[in-house]
Design a binder for this molecule. Structure first.
Ligand SMILES: [Zn+2]
Length: 147
């Protein structure tokens, strides 16, 4: 699991936060001040073993980018997904799943083409879109989806 390093705005201590814990109100390990992650947030990388637990227990709506590393449109969309993780930090959890390595989850959601974006609220699939959306369009969808 990827992690991010965030400097505490209060004491300057660098804190390492696992990507899947970004959304749990992380605090500075030294002074306990809340850490602001909005400039550093990254998509949470999910796999077959973590997918259903993460999406069902998430405190915020979750967008999952189902992608394959060899797919051109997926690579085109990836920087937009990274941007959304920062832009919607605290409102929507941005995640991704590599369908070339996680066949069980991809089959469960009948993913036929990638990239496919799945929108979950309270662990339930509420919407899905296939194809690499322009940043503006994805922002609009997430504004509607955010709480
Ligand atoms: Zn601190």
């Amino acid at each position: 699991m990827k992690s991010i390093v965030v400097a505490c705005s209060n004491c300057g201590t660098k804190n390492r936060i696992p990507a899947d814990k970004q959304h749990l109100g992380p605090k500075c390990g030294k002074c306990k001040a809340p850490l602001s992650l909005s400039a550093a947030a990254v998509p949470v990388e999910l796999d077959d073993s973590t997918f259903s637990g993460f999406t069902s227990r998430a405190s915020k709506p979750v967008l999952v980018d189902f992608f394959s590393p060899t797919c051109g449109p997926c690579r085109l969309l990836a920087p937009t997904i990274d941007t959304m993780a920062r832009k919607f930090y605290g409102r929507v959890i941005i995640a991704k799943l590599d369908t070339s390595r996680n066949h069980i989850t991809a089959a469960q959601y009948r993913i036929k083409g990638v990239p496919t974006l799945l929108f979950f609220k309270n662990g339930k699939l509420v919407d899905q879109v296939t194809g690499a959306l322009p940043e503006q369009e994805l922002t609009r969808l997430l504004e509607e989806f955010a709480e």
